[in-house]
Design a protein around this ligand. Structure first.
Ligand SMILES: Nc1nc2c(ncn2[C@@H]2O[C@H](COP(=O)(O)OP(=O)(O)OP(=O)(O)O)[C@@H](O)[C@H]2O)c(=O)[nH]1
Ligand SMILES: [Mg+2]
Length: 239
């Protein structure tokens, strides 16, 4: 089995799922895929099932009964990846905001440049955001400054959801204790990785706004991040 697994959580991604799966399977070196679908009413899970025979042994699906949130979808996926012996485990969105070609660069940042974890970053030199309105860029950038000011992470794009973990990192984290589900989940994971003494490498990427399908972001996810960062810093529950 190849050592690389890309986890894609999905909720109503029927416009994107076929193309994103096909794109990942064209990459060199070879990646496997795990889709974690939360019972998408638009039938995303059924589309994956239809595609599975074509990529037997490479395309995997975990179905959950309802929309349980991005964070718990990833935790479920991480446990599956560890149980199935993958060495490099990736997070990626289904909506092409993350260019699947960049998976290879994230992989090399860990496999060849000594990262314990790598992050596809909009806010390092060479990174950028395409097609977002100026106010969304400003909001996201200010959020990243806020997180850095409170947590002192040494990572510029703290809410990034396009990442590669080495197996040793995921095995070292107490996955059942991870609390948050939205942007705060992404921040919490990086905070825990740094607190354990691991090294995070940022790889510049161009982040492209979603073209097809609908966003699942909401103000609750944003509030969770603002308050969650303070809880992480002063709550004393992350060692
Ligand atoms: N399994 C699962 N997947 C989810 C859930 N919420 C979002 N997703 C998936 O997580 C990924 C990111 O969600 P998006 O809606 O693109 O969130 P976003 O990128 O912050 O928002 P936009 O930039 O507006 O697209 C996508 O692949 C979604 O389908 C959830 O509750 N469960
Ligand atoms: Mg998106």
């Amino acid at each position: 089995m190849p050592p690389r697994l890309v986890i894609i959580p999905t909720y109503n991604e029927q416009e994107n799922i076929r193309d994103i799966v096909a794109h990942v399977f064209r990459l060199e070196p070879e990646f496997h895929l795990l889709i974690v679908d939360d019972g998408s009413p638009d039938g995303t899970g059924n589309i994956v099932k239809e595609m599975q025979p074509r990529w037997a042994g490479r395309l995997h699906l975990l179905e959950r009964s309802g929309k349980l949130g991005l964070g718990t979808a990833y935790i479920t996926g991480f446990k599956w990846a560890i149980a199935n012996d993958y060495a490099y485990i990736f997070e990626m969105d289904a909506d092409f905001s993350h260019d699947p070609d960049d998976l290879v660069r994230l992989y090399k940042a860990c496999a060849e440049q000594g990262g314990d974890m790598s992050v596809g970053s909009r806010y390092v030199k060479g990174g950028r955001v395409k097609d977002w309105s100026w106010d969304r860029v400003l909001l996201s950038y200010c959020a990243s400054l806020y997180v850095r000011a409170i947590l002192w992470l040494g990572v510029r794009d703290t809410t990034a959801g396009f990442v590669c973990y080495t197996r040793r990192v995921l095995q070292a984290l107490p996955l059942d204790e991870v609390r948050f589900i939205g942007y705060a989940f992404q921040i919490e994971m990086k905070y825990r990785v740094i607190r354990k003494g691991f090294r995070i490498v940022e790889v510049p990427i161009t982040f492209i706004d979603r073209e097809r399908g609908t966003s699942k972001m909401n103000s609750g996810i944003f509030k969770e991040a603002i308050i969650g960062v303070l809880q992480m810093r002063f709550g004393g529950w992350i060692k």
